[in-house]
Design a protein around this ligand. Structure first.
Ligand SMILES: Nc1ncnc2c1ncn2[C@@H]1O[C@H](COP(=O)(O)OP(=O)(O)OP(=O)(O)O)[C@@H](O)[C@H]1O
Ligand SMILES: [Mg+2]
Length: 269
């Protein structure tokens, strides 16, 4: 079954531009940010979204992430038709079905790694359907998620006591703790150096191997090469949708990068 099913999605922004004082002089410009996008993704896919500036990537991500609704078209997420949902259901879908990972990590500064990861589970508490399903405590779930990203030993650290790569791993643990239908990552390595970028891409590949569905926006073709499929937007349309034929392995590349780096520092000594 498709986790994501978008049909004929259009998003138009109406811009009122007022020239002169007379009402009759005000004109409306319609910006067509998405012009009828069809996008389907199955469970277990790892998709990159690429395209030049202004092509509609953020607009598409906002709709995928249930932060915005399309002007027309249908978006079905994990079997739920989101376009028809009211604002409560829309927020519920966003909190429960999607794990967000942002370029800037978005962790709470005065809160430990563990508490940051626990956060999405507080919203879940109100959800009655959960009561009988599991007795696992919030804390245990958060610890498990931190273990999966290799940060159990750092769970009592505050974000300022962690490296950028570690902070992003906490954010990924937070994104996964609710077991969402998919992870939506927006330039997740934009603030990281090469080594940390490869670590994060390796973690995504590992999670994807375990069955997690991931959608990632990136400007960099080298990063898209770690995913399994690349869609490219141009002027609000998908102009290409290709499988990645020669997929790179981020942990192999990290090992190579580390050994090259070690050689380089020997040269300098
Ligand atoms: N709130 C808005 N009001 C009016 N026009 C908008 C709005 N948001 C985006 N647009 C327009 O919609 C088009 C797509 O914008 P979008 O932000 O989705 O591009 P993008 O691919 O994310 O670009 P970038 O790589 O620069 O982030 C652009 O022409 C932009 O100017
Ligand atoms: Mg953008």
């Amino acid at each position: 079954m498709s986790v994501i099913e978008m049909r004929r999605i259009k998003r138009e922004y109406r811009m009122e531009s007022k020239r002169g004082k007379k009402k009759s002089n005000s004109t409306a410009i319609i910006v067509r940010a998405l012009r009828g996008v069809d996008f389907l993704a199955d469970e277990g896919e790892f998709v990159s979204v690429m395209g030049p500036s202004g092509s509609g990537k953020s607009t598409l991500m906002n709709i995928l992430g249930c932060l915005d609704k399309p002007t027309s078209g249908t978006y079905t997420l994990d079997g739920i038709e989101t376009s028809k949902s009211n604002s409560n259901t829309f927020a519920y879908i966003r909190n429960r079905k999607i794990g967000f990972v942002f370029q800037s990590f978005n962790l709470l500064a005065r809160t430990t790694a563990l508490e940051n990861v626990e956060l999405p589970l507080f919203y879940r508490q109100k959800d009655r359907s959960d009561k009988n399903k599991t007795n696992i405590s919030r804390k245990e779930r958060a610890i498990t998620a931190l273990k999966e990203v290799g940060l159990k030993e750092r769970m009592d650290h505050f974000p300022s006591q962690l490296s950028g790569g570690q902070q992003q791993r906490v954010a990924i643990a937070r994104a996964m703790v609710n077991d969402p239908a998919f992870i939506l990552a927006d330039e997740p390595t934009g603030n990281l150096d090469t080594g940390m970028t490869l670590e994060i891409m390796g973690l995504f590949q590992q999670l994807n191997d375990q069955g997690k569905t991931i959608i990632m926006v990136t400007h960099e073709p080298e990063l898209a090469a770690y995913t399994k499929r690349i869609i490219t937007l141009r002027d609000g349309e998908i102009v290409s949708d290709m499988p990645v034929t020669e997929r790179c392995n981020a942990f192999d590349d990290l090992a190579k990068w580390k050994s090259d780096h070690a050689l380089l520092s020997e040269d300098h000594s």
